[in-house]
Design a protein around this ligand. Structure first.
Ligand SMILES: Cc1cc2nc3c(=O)[nH]c(=O)nc-3n(C[C@H](O)[C@H](O)[C@H](O)COP(=O)(O)O)c2cc1C
Length: 508
């Protein structure tokens, strides 16, 4: 198994504590245009997804959908273009300029969405078996390779093979052009949010899912037709459904078991792959590490399956309602009940993932801290949230609002008057020790998954939540005696209506 070099460890440490030291600006970057945030595969066949999206969980529970409908709705609610915004920026008002943009159910650093989704499908009557790209602009599934790849997937994942799989990749240039090497940190968090939303939406639309971070990256990348110089697989999710899939054998029996028989599939845009050697190298080192092959089976602690329902809010509503309000936060009080709802992780209790740490569960390894600045019934101070027992534990009493504000590296928020600031923290070194370099990706994805759950919880009770990486982690960890690494900070509060014309695309 791979040993991580000092140089790589130092790079990852810098990303956490001194990102500007590893984000070199290459002058030639400006020569390359901003990429569109989805891929285009010209001249491939596609199948349009069902688009009569349900708007509430109630509607889902009272309907009997086909597997194709379930999959369509699940994909759209996970990563589809859920919301169209048209915004006239105040400072640009005189020029009459405006910008328009699509939003999704998951947040993404700078709204750049580096993640991509691919699906492997067998056994659905409406579709040929094969590998599909989820094209959000349809929404549709673009058929990249027809055939049965059960055996191939079985070998790449070291298990399974039949049924439906979702593969989540990172397309580096999509946010690299803006964040340079810092984008590596964002890619993990962004994709973690997608992993979280895939999990929740699959549950709602009738699938049971298992997530994998350990697999043969080179084999999966070949199967998806992607090149590790520009994009690589971060997570694979197996979806199981009890009785609707027929697992019919596909007529086109595809004998491919060797990855050199699977070519790169050309799409419409070639990014400047030479501009991110460090990110490429990290992902190649991960891909060539044999850890996926060690046959590790996690002794996962599963909790009772039935505790997930009823959930205190409608998750489909929350998915459409989630917003990072930025300067539109209101400085109003929250109460303890709201804080409890925001931090409630019960939906994540049965999340299955193959992190190779004995009895791994994010409840134990991804920690939640918060600063209560204006919460009725809670003294001002820094707290630890005990996820299993749902208790608040006061770590440090006092007014720290100005300290937190001072530790912002980009002062585009007024955190001094916001009621609640949350820190998602974990021990990066621990994951590195157990998973080698892959552990860095894994810990970021795990933090992103929890971040997303917090965002959905907030949206479910009509609160805004804004994730940010613009903080000085070392100072905050020292100030609050946090022994883990703070991986993302979230501001939470009420917000005034955003000055946007908004279209909820589920309604048209
Ligand atoms: C991992 C991550 C890091 C982010 N960091 C920042 C940040 O440092 N500053 C900021 O203003 N917004 C940050 N954001 C928020 C995004 O800009 C926001 O999600 C995006 O513009 C889309 O808007 P929406 O969340 O309202 O859909 C971050 C989001 C994510 C997921």
């Amino acid at each position: 198994m791979l040993k991580i070099s000092k140089e790589k460890l130092s790079f990852l440490k810098s990303l956490q504590y001194n990102p500007s030291s590893v984000t070199y600006v290459d002058e030639s970057i400006s020569k390359f245009g901003k990429p569109i945030n989805f891929k285009i595969y010209p001249n491939y066949n596609h199948i349009n997804l069902e688009t009569d999206f349900p708007i509430s969980q109630n509607e889902v529970e009272n309907n009997d959908y086909s597997v194709f409908q379930q999959l369509s709705y699940m994909l759209w609610y996970t990563y589809g273009l859920i919301n169209y915004n048209w915004l006239t920026n105040k400072s640009e008002l005189n020029t009459g300029e405006s910008i328009s943009f699509f939003r999704r159910s998951v947040a993404s650093g700078g709204g750049l969405y580096p993640g991509e989704l691919y699906v492997y499908i067998t056994g659905i009557s409406e579709m040929d078996s094969g590998i599909y790209y989820f094209d959000v602009t349809g929404p549709r599934l673009v058929c990249l390779r027809k055939g049965n790849f059960d055996q191939y997937i079985h070998e790449a994942l070291n298990e399974g093979g039949k049924g439906i799989y979702i593969f989540i990749t990172s397309f580096y240039w999509k946010n690299f052009f803006k964040y340079l090497n810092f984008s590596y940190r964002l890619q993990g968090l962004d994709i973690g949010a997608i992993v979280g939303q895939v999990y929740i939406m699959s549950k709602i639309f009738g699938f049971q899912s298992t997530t994998k971070y350990l697999f043969n990256d080179n084999a999966l990348n070949s199967l998806l037709g992607i090149d590790i110089s520009e994009e690589t697989t971060y997570a694979a999710v197996k979806l199981e459904i009890t009785n609707k899939l027929t697992y019919r054998d596909n007529k086109v029996v595809n004998p491919i078991t060797k990855r050199n028989q699977l070519d790169f599939l050309k799409h419409s845009y070639t990014p400047p792959n030479h501009l991110y050697p460090e990110i490429k190298e990290l992902n190649c080192l991960i891909a060539n590490d044999s850890i996926f092959n060690t046959g590790f089976t996690n002794n996962l602690v599963y909790y009772r399956e039935d505790i997930d329902y009823p959930y205190p809010y409608d998750l489909l509503y929350a998915s459409r309602n989630r917003v990072s309000p930025g300067e539109n936060f209101l400085f109003d009080q929250l109460d303890c009940e709201q804080v409890r709802n925001i931090l409630d992780m019960s939906l994540q209790k049965n999340f299955r993932v193959d992190v190779p740490i004995k009895e791994y569960h994010s409840f134990r390894f991804v920690k939640l801290y918060f600063y209560a600045n204006n919460v009725k019934g809670l003294a001002k101070g820094y707290y630890f949230y005990d996820q299993l027992n749902q208790n608040f534990i006061l770590v440090k009493r006092g007014d720290f609002a100005f300290n937190i504000q001072r530790n912002l590296t980009r002062k585009n928020f007024n955190l001094t008057e916001l009621p609640l600031i949350i820190h998602v923290a974990s021990n990066i070194n621990y994951y590195l020790k157990n998973m080698n370099l892959r552990g860095y990706r894994a810990v970021q994805m795990e933090a992103g998954r929890i971040m997303h759950q917090i965002q959905l919880n907030a949206a479910g009770i009509n609160l805004g939540s804004h994730p940010m990486l613009s903080y000085q982690g070392e100072n905050l960890e020292r100030m609050f005696d946090v022994s883990e690494n703070i991986l993302i900070q979230l501001a939470i509060g009420k917000f005034k209506p955003l000055l946007r014309l908004t279209n909820d695309l589920s309604q048209i």
